[in-house]
Design a protein around this ligand. Structure first.
Ligand code: H2U
Length: 372
């Protein structure tokens, strides 16, 4: 896939952004930044927001959610509209989505060589995974042991679905603003016979980097971020959380391993404990940013799966992506509209400012300190 800009060292004579020889905090004026994972650019306009924003915070009345709701199809013991009865689960619970976007067995579209009307086969399955039996709890309010049970279950599902499907996308939509249909803590798992666009781009760009440099792009990136420090949000012995240099969403973060891991299934028990720690701390500071149950879409990316016995996946580094929409308060979100839809992504708050803001937040959840 072609990028909209030509690389700075290109000799093709095309218009391209000048190489920037300044350290990031000095980037006070508008500039474009390259996302090497997607191979595209983002416009950063820091002059529109020169200092970290610290103004008005609208009060959000959080809905009182009962621990158990007999009408909620994700709760234990409830009969779903499909007629199936949920077990009396005590930790995680996974079921096949009753309204799946992907089915296991459907006829292929007719073959055609028409370049303008191409279609291809798409097979798969979709699952729903509840994190906890209680409807009113969220990840930051769960214990690290309970979050580890979630990680263990993600790995089980990845292992199972990955035997058959090339891509298993685990993702969580949190909050109505992200289109989440149910407050019960849950995520979705979609497994497909095809590589979706986003991982396809990441696969190609990481492979290209590995061939050119002989090292995995994201392992080099972690080392550089640990040196630079300006975008670091959280750290522990096994994981690093940064607002990526190329972040698009205001408080977007990336969870990266300190050891080269290509897939989630390779994590040791200690690394899983450590990831549970990171997830709890990250989701807590997110909630503390605007004193609300912070909405986001998040998901995990790692080497493709399926029967790929011969394939070399050393270019892949397992990582997590958090994409939260909120910009100024619990109710003011960043809209990806006009320029973003028609030209390219743009942000005002720099990645460095966002990281500083996140880093300054307490790691004890506001609901536990009564600070709201
Ligand atoms: P979201 O909150 O991200 O929309 O995920 C909830 C999923 O749960 C959604 O994909 C499924 C929806 O199809 N679901 C069931 O499979 N059965 C139900 O009875 C309710 C919701």
């Amino acid at each position: 896939m072609k990028t909209t800009h030509i690389a700075a060292d290109s000799t093709q004579g095309a218009i391209h952004p000048p190489t920037l020889h300044v350290t990031t905090p000095q980037l006070k004026h508008q500039h474009v930044r390259f996302n090497p994972l997607r191979g595209d650019w983002i416009l950063v306009s820091p002059h529109r927001m020169k200092r970290p924003w610290a103004g008005q915070v609208e009060e959000v009345i959080e809905e009182d959610i009962p621990v158990h709701d007999p009408k909620n199809p994700l709760c234990p013991r409830v009969t779903r509209p499909s007629g199936e009865v949920n077990p009396d689960y005590e930790a995680t619970f996974v079921f096949t989505n009753d309204f799946p976007a992907l089915l296991k067995d459907v006829p292929s579209p007719p073959e055609t060589d028409d370049p303008l009307f191409r279609a291809g086969q798409a097979l798969g399955t979709c699952r729903v995974m509840c994190f906890h039996p209680h409807a009113n709890i969220t990840l930051p309010l769960m214990s690290k042991e309970q979050i580890k049970a979630v990680i263990d279950r993600w790995i089980m599902e990845l292992d199972d679905l990955g035997k058959k499907y090339v891509w298993v996308q685990i993702f969580e939509n949190k909050g109505a603003i992200m289109g989440c249909s149910n407050p019960h803590p849950h995520c979705q798992i979609w497994a497909s016979s095809f590589m979706p666009n986003e991982p396809q781009l990441k696969d190609a760009n990481q492979k290209k980097y590995f061939l050119e440099h002989g090292t995995p792009m994201l392992m080099d990136y972690v080392v550089r971020e640990l040196e630079k420090k300006e975008r670091l949000v959280l750290l522990n012995d096994h994981w690093v959380v940064v607002v990526p240099y190329w972040a698009v969403w205001p408080y977007e973060t990336m969870v990266l391993p300190r050891r080269h891991v290509t897939r989630m299934t390779e994590l040791s028990s200690t690394e899983k404990d450590s990831l549970a720690d990171i997830i709890k701390r990250l989701t807590t500071i997110y909630d503390n940013l605007f004193n609300c149950s912070f909405p986001y879409s998040m998901g995990w990316h790692g080497a493709p799966t399926g029967p790929r016995l011969e394939s070399d996946e050393r270019h892949w580094v397992f990582h997590g992506c958090y994409y939260p929409p909120l910009l100024r308060s619990a109710t003011v979100k960043k809209f990806m509209v006009g320029y973003e839809m028609l030209a390219q992504a743009q942000r005002d708050l720099t990645a460095e400012q966002a990281a500083q803001r996140l880093k300054s937040l307490p790691e004890v959840h506001y609901k536990l300190t009564g600070s709201k």
